[in-house]
Design a protein around this ligand. Structure first.
Ligand SMILES: NC(=O)c1ccc[n+]([C@@H]2O[C@H](COP(=O)([O-])OP(=O)(O)OC[C@H]3O[C@@H](n4cnc5c(N)ncnc54)[C@H](O)[C@@H]3O)[C@@H](O)[C@H]2O)c1
Ligand SMILES: [Zn+2]
Length: 354
């Protein structure tokens, strides 16, 4: 078991280990002894596997437990689902000392977190991420929110969880394709800030990660430490947190150009591949590092290129919500394990990608 402390506007612990969900009740009791009611928010693909166990554990610790299960998928990430959660809590008479538990992937965590941030102007919430992406990324750092018809994650709040319980055993039921998608974010940490993680990933394979729980726990734990480090230094995304956007500026445009039919992780991998090529062409990354990086992405079953043109990539980036004025913050990796934020005008960015 690995415990990582996150120091932010609210300090909390991320516990990464195996067979943890059966201990949910006890873990909550330790940090919130005065809570009475718990709303477990989950979704239709995760709930059949894990809801009963989490619920039983919370009930055993004496909590009054309610659940709210929505239909799995990004399409549910909207205000109607949030209204359902608010209504469930209001009906059950939740007070400020009660709390929400998010049991699911990033969609579930982002929404349960947003409901927690807004109900009674803010109640506590606990993350139990069940996808690889949610374990290494979405459940840590307090970005919560929903999508609008006009764009993804357009409404939300910074609201940190009070505890994150990462049970690696839950990844056993995660479909292979969704696991591979999560690997794009794992590889991202290796490239931008974690050479030991890069080496560990090179020494192993997708198969060994999936079949060796201790190895997987170690890899997830390393990513959690990386994310915690970033959050501690820049909770509100004004500096170093932007480095987590590596591969995402191009990736988001590819996602949009494909009407969100291509999964996020696939688009991020393509985005990283395009940035690697661009850095190599601009002589800011060695040929050796560039080919090693692309080999690693491919070794974990992910793509490294896309038909998107530099013009399309630049036009799409100009609409990105992360853009500040007319300047783009472009994340570059100039050496494996090190990243840099470079501010570029759209003209400079176009030159860079060409
Ligand atoms: N808050 C943040 O900092 C942050 C960071 C990255 C991504 N996100 C958000 O996270 C979301 C993507 O997260 P995701 O990839 O986890 O999506 P998701 O929650 O939709 O989960 C992906 C798929 O895996 C299934 N699933 C999850 N856990 C499972 C399990 N243990 N067993 C079987 N099936 C399981 C889900 O039902 C879904 O079909 C996006 O909405 C994105 O905006 C947020
Ligand atoms: Zn991402």
């Amino acid at each position: 078991m690995i415990k990582t402390k996150v120091k932010a506007s609210r300090n909390y612990t991320v516990i990464t280990g195996r067979r943890l969900i059966g201990r949910t009740g006890k873990l909550i009791e330790e940090i919130r002894p005065f809570a009475k009611k718990i709303l477990i928010v989950s979704e239709s693909r995760v709930a059949p596997h894990y809801l009963a166990r989490v619920k039983a554990s919370c009930e055993k610790s004496g909590f009054e437990v309610y659940d709210y299960v929505f239909e799995a998928g990004e399409r549910s990430k909207n205000i109607n689902t949030i209204a359902g959660m608010w209504g469930a809590m209001a009906k059950a008479g939740f007070t400020r000392t009660d709390l929400i538990v998010a049991l699911g992937g990033g969609v579930c965590g982002d929404m349960a977190g947003f409901a927690a941030a807004t109900f009674l102007r803010g109640i506590d919430f606990i993350q139990i991420p069940t996808s690889l992406l949610a374990m290494v990324d979405a459940s840590i750092g307090g970005k919560t929110g929903i999508d609008l018809a006009e764009g993804k994650n357009q409404v939300g709040a910074f609201w940190q969880p009070s505890l994150v319980i990462e049970d690696i055993s839950c990844l056993d039921t995660l479909p292979e394709g969704v696991f591979i998608e999560g690997m794009a974010e794992v590889i991202k940490y290796a490239f931008i800030m974690d050479l030991p993680l890069y080496n560990l990933l090179c020494e192993n394979t997708l198969g060994s990660l999936r079949s060796d729980p201790l190895l997987l726990e170690k890899v997830v734990g390393m990513c959690v430490k990386d994310k915690a480090h970033v959050i501690e230094n820049d909770e509100h995304d004004n500096g170093i947190r932007q480095t987590l956007n590596y591969g995402h500026t191009v990736g988001h445009v590819i996602e949009k150009n494909n009407n969100f039919r291509l999964p996020h992780g696939i688009c991020v991998a393509k985005g990283m591949g395009i940035m690697i090529d661009a850095c190599e062409r601009n002589s800011t990354l060695s040929y050796e590092d560039a080919s090693n990086m692309k080999d690693l992405i491919k070794a974990y079953g992910l793509p490294v290129s896309d038909e998107i043109t530099p013009e399309q990539a630049v036009a799409g980036a100009m609409n990105d919500k992360k853009k500040r004025g007319s300047i783009l913050s472009v994340i570059l990796v100039n050496k494996i394990g090190h990243s840099q934020i470079k501010n570029m005008t759209h003209k400079e960015y176009l030159e860079f990608l060409k």
